[in-house]
Design a protein around this ligand. Structure first.
Ligand SMILES: [Zn+2]
Length: 512
C-alpha cells in the first residue's frame, strides 16, 4: 500500500509550524463518527483566532441543523467580503451530500486542521477555499442518505425542493467559485449484483467532470481534456488506483456509461453555470468486512483526503489557466448572446468504436477478482439543436415560477401592462415515456414538438426571462419543454401534454 506510506509521510512531516488539533474522529480513535454538532464545534475551534479562516453560516437543514462554510484564505477581502482575487482560484468543496457517505466530511476536517496549523501555505498563494464539510448534517446525525425530510439534494438541482439544495445554490452565487468539488463514496455492495449474483464492485477512487454537452466548450475541453486526466494520473502515481467514473454498476447484465449527463446533479449544474466541476466517488467498504477500523473508516478517509489534496495541488499549480477558462465561461454570454446553440436532446448511446468494456469485479464468496464484459454505452449524443432565443415567456403558475427562478438566482421581469412580442410557439405533438435504464431512476418523457412563429400578447403577471445573463443557457435547458433536463421532468411539474406549451421563446423587440 504505497499510497498509505506516502500519506503517513505527508502527515508525519515535521515541516509545519504548529501541530494540528486532532479531528473528533481521530480523537475517538476512529471508533465512532462525530455528529454534526461535534464537527461544527471542531471547525469553529479551528477558525477561532486564526487570521486565515472564518466560519460562515449558510442556513439550516430540514431537521433544523446549521450548515456552515469554512473559508480559508490569505486574502482579507475574500474572508470578509467574499471578494474574488484576480490571481487566486476560488474553490468550493462540498462533502457528504449523502449522509451515509461520511469519509469526505472527515477528510475536509483533516485538511482544514492542517491549513490552520500553517501547513500547505503555498496553496493559499493560489487558492481561496470554501469548505462545506457537511452538506447534509441531517443525514450524518440520522445515519441516512437523505435529509430529515427525505429529500435527496444530489438530484434536486433543477427542482430545488430541498432547503439544503437552495443553500448550496446560494453558496454558488455568493462565493462564485471557479472550481467546484463534490465528494461522495460509492458502496461496493449492491442489491442485485451482490445479493443475487454474488459480485462486489471493485472501485478505489473514481473521478468525473461536468459532461453535459451544453457546457461551455472551452471549459469542457479544459476539464475533460486536462484536469481530469491529470488528477487521475496524479492519484495513480501515489499507488492508489484512480479512474474515470463508470456510473453505478448494479447488475451483471446492465450497460455501462459514465456519470449522468443531467443537470439535476451539482457537477453538471455548476458546470452549466460556467464553473470547472469535479466529482469524486471513493470506495465505501462493505459492512461485513474485516478491517483495522470500523468499516475501514481510517483508510476511506485517507482516500478522500488524497483525492481532495491532489485536486487542490493541481488547481494551485494550474491556477492561472483554471481562472481564465472558468471566468471566461461565466462571461461567455456577453460575447455569444442569443444565437448560442443548445442541444435539447442529450443522452448516452452505444459506443460504436468500443462496443464493450471489461470491468473488474470481486466474487463475494472467495474474494477473487475477475473481469466482466459490459455493453459500453458511453457515447454522448447531442441532438435537436435550438438557438438560444432573446428571452422565454412564462404564462402559467407565474408566482410559483417566479419563486423557482429566484431560488436559481435567474434574473426575470414581470410584465406590468399588456405587451406584444414576437413568439416562437412550441406545440407539443407527442409525449413518449422513456424506458427506465435501471431501477430507482426517475421516469422521463421524450417530447415531440414543432414550432410556429407568431405574435403573442403577454398579460400583466406574465414573466420574461432574458437569456442575455450569465445563467441564460442553464435557464433555457430547464425552461424549454423540448429539453431532456426540463423542469417539467421533475416531480410536481407535470406540464408536458399535447398542445401549445405555456413557456415559449420570445423576442420582445424584434424578429428572431
Ligand atoms: Zn453519494
Amino acid at each position: 500500500m504505497r499510497w498509505l506510506l506516502l500519506l503517513a509521510a505527508l502527515w508525519g512531516s515535521e515541516s509545519w509550524s504548529r501541530s494540528e488539533p486532532l479531528t473528533p474522529l481521530k480523537e475517538a480513535n476512529y471508533l465512532s463518527l462525530p455528529d454534526s454538532h461535534d464537527i461544527d464545534q471542531y471547525l469553529f475551534s479551528l477558525a477561532a483566532d486564526n487570521k486565515q479562516a472564518r466560519m460562515v453560516a449558510l442556513g439550516h437543514s430540514a431537521g433544523g441543523r446549521p450548515l456552515y462554510g469554512l473559508l480559508i484564505s490569505a486574502s482579507p477581502a475574500f474572508l470578509q467580503h467574499y471578494q474574488p482575487d484576480t490571481d487566486k482560484a476560488t474553490v468550493l468543496v462540498l462533502a457528504a451530500q449523502h449522509g451515509n457517505e461520511p469519509a469526505g466530511a472527515e477528510a475536509v476536517q483533516q485538511l482544514a486542521s492542517e491549513f490552520v496549523a500553517g501547513r500547505h501555505l503555498a496553496l493559499l498563494e493560489r487558492l481561496n477555499l470554501v469548505l462545506v464539510a457537511m452538506a447534509n448534517p441531517d443525514g450524518r446525525d440520522l445515519a441516512r442518505r437523505h435529509n430529515a425530510n427525505n429529500d435527496n439534494t444530489n438530484i434536486d438541482y433543477v427542482a430545488m425542493n430541498a432547503g439544503e439544495t437552495r443553500l448550496l445554490v446560494n453558496a454558488l452565487n455568493t462565493f462564485d467559485p471557479d472550481l467546484v468539488y463534490d465528494a461522495h463514496e460509492s458502496g461496493i455492495w449492491k442489491r442485485v449484483l451482490t445479493r443475487q449474483q454474488g459480485w462486489l464492485t471493485d472501485v478505489e477512487v473514481q473521478f468525473e467532470a461536468g459532461n453535459n454537452p451544453n457546457i461551455d466548450a472551452r471549459l469542457q475541453d479544459y476539464t475533460s481534456g486536462f484536469l481530469l486526466p491529470a488528477l487521475i494520473k496524479q492519484v495513480n502515481e501515489t499507488g492508489l488506483r484512480a479512474e474515470r467514473y463508470r456510473g453505478e454498476i448494479t447488475s451483471l447484465e446492465q450497460r455501462v456509461a459514465r456519470g449522468g449527463l443531467g443537470i439535476t446533479n451539482l457537477r453538471n449544474y455548476a458546470a452549466m453555470q460556467g464553473r470547472v466541476s469535479v466529482l469524486v466517488e471513493s470506495r465505501l467498504d462493505n459492512k461485513g468486512g474485516d478491517y483495522v477500523t470500523p468499516r475501514n473508516i481510517a483508510e476511506r478517509v485517507s482516500k478522500q483526503y488524497l483525492a481532495l489534496f491532489s485536486l487542490l495541488q493541481l488547481a494551485a499549480e494550474d491556477s492561472e489557466r483554471l481562472i481564465t477558462v472558468s471566468r471566461q465561461a461565466r462571461q461567455h454570454w456577453q460575447a455569444a448572446g442569443s444565437g448560442r446553440m443548445l442541444s435539447m436532446d442529450v443522452h448516452f448511446a452505444r459506443n460504436e468504436a468500443q462496443p464493450e468494456v471489461s470491468i473488474p469485479l470481486v466474487r463475494q464468496a472467495d474474494g477473487q477478482r475477475r473481469y466482466h464484459v459490459f455493453a459500453n454505452h458511453d457515447a454522448i449524443i447531442a441532438r435537436e439543436p435550438v438557438s438560444l432565443p432573446p428571452a422565454y415567456a412564462i404564462t402559467r403558475e407565474r408566482e410559483r415560477m417566479a419563486r423557482w427562478l429566484q431560488r436559481h438566482h435567474i434574473r426575470f421581469t414581470t410584465v406590468r401592462a399588456p405587451q406584444v412580442v414576437h413568439a416562437g410557439y412550441i406545440r407539443i405533438t407527442d409525449v413518449i415515456p422513456q424506458p427506465r435504464v435501471k431501477p430507482g431512476v426517475r421516469e422521463k418523457w421524450r417530447v415531440q414538438a414543432d414550432t410556429q412563429a407568431g405574435v403573442a400578447t403577454l398579460g400583466p403577471g406574465d414573466l420574461l426571462v432574458p437569456m442575455d445573463q450569465p445563467l441564460g443557457p442553464l435557464a433555457a435547458l430547464m425552461l424549454d419543454p423540448r429539453s431532456a433536463n426540463a423542469l417539467y421532468q421533475e416531480e410536481g411539474w407535470h406540464w408536458l401534454m399535447p398542445g401549445h406549451f405555456p413557456v415559449f421563446p420570445v423576442s420582445p423587440d424584434g424578429e428572431f
